[in-house]
Design a protein around this ligand. Structure first.
Ligand code: NDP
Length: 329
């Protein structure tokens, strides 16, 4: 079977030679294990951080070891009573065509109820991240004006629509192109702007002239600075990601206006979705209804074949995706 390994650590933006496609023998199944043929895998920005040799909330990837990440696949052999051949499972061993893992590390998913990719996207960690950020982290209230950066990305699309579903007064977003701006407005954002058209603070003022109450931050840097400037008294920031910095080799120049947080009584709160296990059931009790009602519509950008995975990751960091970036195997 084939897998992608980290050949070297990227300096700045990753390049093709940081990755290597390898063919390896599959191990024999041990008791309690399953063999999974992956059908779809998630391609995620947080992987960039794991490619650096820096301790973070997840361990760094090791050189010459396979990459990993969320995937859904079909069980083609099983030595577990809990998971049968033919079932589809969600698990953490993407970036390879086949995975051998303990059945207890896999969750059976119903691919008749929703396509396999959905369990990596809106019904998976992507949707949960948006929900956790808005509710537990930002404490969004009905009527709030909410600003979401990275609005056309996987988490951003979900965050804008979930904010609306939770009763936000006005939801505005930023994204990297006019097409993406148009798309998020179709999906339910009240207004959006392209951060490539000028300073973020000006774009934000054009869509939220009366300021914002909540900022869902996927981007960091200049976006965070603009949001701090626009936040109302007791405004709240859910710090979800800082993708503008992931490829940086220098510390960020912004936000330069952090001291405004004092007078405004702002809350800036970081989070990792895994820190809120108590919200998983709550989200799964609400999200299917939003999907069924068409209030939560998620775009997917597919690439095909394991060979295409490194390029898909590089393109994700460059904004080639609208909605969730996925690889079909
Ligand atoms: P996305 O689908 O949003 O893909 C990344 C997008 O980021 C690109 O499409 C691109 O779109 C945008 N981008 C890239 N560089 C920049 C830049 N310099 N400035 C502004 N936008 C940029 O990925 P996800 O939805 O999966 O992730 C979104 C964020 O959420 C990331 O920061 C990620 O790390 C974080 N995250 C955090 C989690 C947590 O638990 N805290 C869990 C999951 C994700 P564009 O064309 O608009 O530039």
């Amino acid at each position: 079977t084939r897998q992608i390994v980290l050949a070297s650590r990227p300096q700045g933006a990753p390049t093709a030679d940081n990755f290597r496609l390898e063919t390896v023998e599959l191990p024999q199944l041990a008791d309690g294990q399953v063999l999974v043929r992956n059908v779809v895998m998630s391609v995620d920005p947080y992987m960039r951080g794991r490619m650096n040799d820096v301790k973070s909330y997840v361990a760094p990837f090791e050189i010459d070891a396979p990459l990993d990440g969320g995937a859904v696949g079909e069980v083609i052999a099983s030595r577990s009573d809990d998971v049968a051949v033919g079932q589809y499972v969600l698990h953490g061993l993407g970036w390879r065509e086949h995975a051998v893992l303990p059945a207890k590390s896999a969750r059976v998913v119903d691919t008749d109820a929703a396509p396999a990719s959905t369990y990596l996207g809106v019904l998976g960690l992507t949707g949960l991240t948006a929900y956790v950020g808005l509710t537990a982290v930002a404490g969004m209230r009905e009527g709030d004006t909410v600003f979401v950066s990275g609005a056309a990305g996987a988490v951003g699309q979900a965050a804008g629509q979930i904010a609306k579903a939770l009763g936000a007064g006005r939801v505005v977003g930023s994204a990297g192109s006019a097409d993406k701006v148009a798309r998020v407005v179709e999906l339910g954002y009240d207004a959006a702007f392209s951060y490539r058209d000028g300073p973020v603070a000006e774009g934000l003022a054009s869509v939220a002239p009366d300021g914002i109450d909540v900022y869902f931050d996927n981007v960091g840097g200049e976006h965070l600075e603009a949001a701090i400037g626009a936040l109302s008294t007791f405004g709240r920031v859910a710090m979800c990601g800082a993708i503008s910095q992931y490829n940086s080799t220098e510390p960020p120049a912004a936000p330069r206006n952090l001291a405004l947080a004092i007078g405004k009584g702002l809350t800036l709160r970081g989070f990792v979705v895994g820190q809120y296990p108590e919200l998983v059931a709550e989200y799964h009790s609400r999200a299917p209804q939003w999907l069924a009602e068409g209030r939560l519509v998620a775009d997917e950008t597919f690439r095909d074949g394991l060979d295409a995975a490194p390029q898909a990751f590089m393109d994700l960091l460059d904004g080639a995706n609208t909605g969730k970036m996925l690889l079909r195997l």
